[in-house]
Design a protein around this ligand. Structure first.
Ligand code: HEM
Length: 141
């Protein structure tokens, strides 16, 4: 599977406002996530206070490189390694995805049109599938 041209175009066009607001978006995302799924907080028990900044950096880097994902392979591997240490499971991804998209909507306001949210949804699940596949391999080791 690959990302549609339209999604790539929209994600690139919104990469700058998303990057400029990335910390606000990830802070809001954790708020939504922990409120809707308090049990997920347990997975973050060893996380440092900079965690939302790491996620913000990852989202910004992803948006900027959406048409050249090869450059992110090292970063993706590090994420997968961290995720398996924290016991992240495939079924957590849709929960985090819904929280992230709601956070994008809350922070970007009118700029987060249905078209923009749809493109980010596709982009999120595309990356999620890559991480899930790698984490599945790592869990088998
Ligand atoms: C596409 C989706 C995701 C992206 C881009 C992402 C990104 C990241 C990044 C960049 C890190 C820091 C890695 C490091 O520097 O070591 C991280 C760590 C982590 N992520 Fe994710 N993540 C995603 C999905 C998830 C999901 C679904 C969960 C499940 C709740 C999750 C939970 C965690 C946890 C618990 C940590 C470790 C925190 C710590 O102990 O420091 N992530 N993630």
């Amino acid at each position: 599977m690959s990302l549609s041209e339209k999604t790539i175009e929209i994600v690139k066009a919104t990469a700058a406002p998303v990057a400029a607001n990335a910390e606000a978006i990830t802070t809001r995302m954790y708020e939504i996530l922990f409120q809707s799924h308090p049990q997920i907080k347990e997975l973050f028990k060893d996380a440092d206070s900079e965690q939302h900044k790491k996620l913000a950096g990852a989202i910004s880097a992803y948006a900027a490189n959406i048409d050249n994902l090869g450059v992110l392979s090292k970063a993706v591997e590090k994420m997968a390694q961290t995720h398996i240490r924290a016991k992240v499971q495939a079924e957590h991804y849709p929960i985090v995805g819904v929280s992230l998209l709601q956070a994008v909507k809350d922070v970007l306001g009118d700029a987060a049109t249905d078209e923009v949210l749809e493109a980010w949804k596709e982009a999120y699940f595309f990356l999620a599938d890559i991480l899930i596949a790698r984490e599945k391999e790592l869990y088998k080791l």
